[in-house]
Design a protein around this ligand. Structure first.
Ligand SMILES: NC(=O)c1ccc[n+]([C@@H]2O[C@H](COP(=O)([O-])OP(=O)(O)OC[C@H]3O[C@@H](n4cnc5c(N)ncnc54)[C@H](OP(=O)(O)O)[C@@H]3O)[C@@H](O)[C@H]2O)c1
Length: 319
């Protein structure tokens, strides 16, 4: 089968489209013929090996040589112990643990597969798992009517869903991203938008009830300053330094007017996006697919992401 492979951390130039053996399912494994794979920032991070958490499993060299984690396709073959799916079933999944989505086939554990949501295309389903789980657990399960919510990185995959879910909850939403994405974030419903290259949201004097941060790289002190009394800051992604400091701050008993800073440890998996599937199904929430790429264009797709152009999601389609 054809797959996009890399053997050392670096830029998209490290990626090669090459022939590798088509996997054979063992035990409870399932081989899925892939039709769509969406890109996530985690692909970019694992390609570069930065932040450090992206090197889990391969400190010097990548252990998982095929990136791509949010997949949708059709079951091609099943291992002898598989009981829940059959050849021909349409499925989608988050395979962040094993990766392997930038390929014609992926071999995955049966337990990570979910049936394709009715009415959604492969492309739409592939956009959901990681971005959707972050947005649901960061916003949908927390934001309340009347609250002031800030989404840092609002123009990306998780941000796209997070803005819409926060508006649905009745919150006043401020979304932060680069200048190219401001109109896009407004179109999703953001009440206020901030260009991170021109303005630091922690210095504007505004305070928030909830901050969802996809790209945390400031000090715990300034995040605390940007919170209202009783407010909550959730670190989703960003620098390891900030991650550790946020974790440490969680050990200190709540003080300073009840402001809490936490790392959002997302429960990943397609089974965790059911609520979003329903909201997309009835038209309440939309998925914006910025661009589509072929399998041999995965390096270009990742460059497009890394250069800061992607509004919402980009998808690799495999006919
Ligand atoms: N906590 C968990 O359990 C968990 C689980 C899975 C994934 N994650 C993490 O979740 C994060 C979110 O991913 P995603 O897929 O939504 O990413 P994404 O689609 O790339 O979106 C991130 C957005 O943030 C923007 N951005 C970059 N620097 C910024 C800054 N200084 N201020 C404000 N915005 C900035 C990016 O714009 P540019 O294009 O300009 O860079 C991009 O639009 C990733 O870091 C991933 O590792 C966490």
């Amino acid at each position: 089968m054809r797959a996009v492979v890399y053997t050392k951390y670096g830029s998209p130039d490290e990626l090669r489209l090459t022939d590798v053996p088509t996997p054979e399912p063992q035990g409870t494994q399932v081989v899925v013929k892939l039709h769509a794979v969406s890109l996530n920032r985690s692909d970019w991070e694992c390609l570069h090996g930065k932040p450090l958490y992206a090197r889990i499993g391969g400190l010097r060299r990548p252990k998982r040589r095929i990136l791509g984690s949010d997949i949708a396709g059709r079951v091609e073959a099943v291992g002898p112990d598989v009981t829940g799916v059959e050849v021909g079933d349409e499925v989608f999944a988050d395979i962040l643990d094993s990766m392997g989505g930038f390929a014609e086939f992926a071999c995955v554990a049966e337990r990570v597969l979910e049936p394709m949501p009715t009415g959604l295309s492969y492309e739409e389903a592939a956009c959901l798992p990681q971005a959707g789980a972050i947005a649901l657990q960061g916003i949908h399960e927390r934001a309340k009517a009347g609250q002031h919510v800030l989404i840092n990185g609002g123009g990306g995959g998780a941000g796209m869903y997070a803005i819409q879910l926060a508006k649905l909850a009745g919150a006043e939403v401020t979304a932060v991203d680069n200048a190219e994405k401001l109109d896009f974030m407004r179109s999703l419903g953001a009440d206020h938008v901030i260009d991170y290259e021109r303005e630091d949201f922690t210095r504007g004097g505004r305070e928030y009830d909830l901050i969802l941060d996809m790209v945390g790289h400031r000090s715990v002190r300034v995040y605390r300053r940007a919170l209202k009394p009783g407010g909550r800051y959730l670190f989703v992604g960003g620098s390891v330094n900030v991650l550790l400091r946020v974790l440490l701050s969680g050990l200190v008993p709540a003080r300073r007017r009840g402001k809490k800073l936490r790392v959002l440890a997302v429960r990943l998996g397609a089974k965790h996006v059911t609520a979003l599937v329903e909201l997309i199904g009835d038209g309440t929430i939309t998925t914006h697919i910025d661009r589509r790429f072929d399998l041999d264009e995965v390096p270009d797709a990742l460059r497009y992401l890394g250069e800061g152009h992607v509004k919402g999601k980009v998808v690799v389609t495999i006919p």
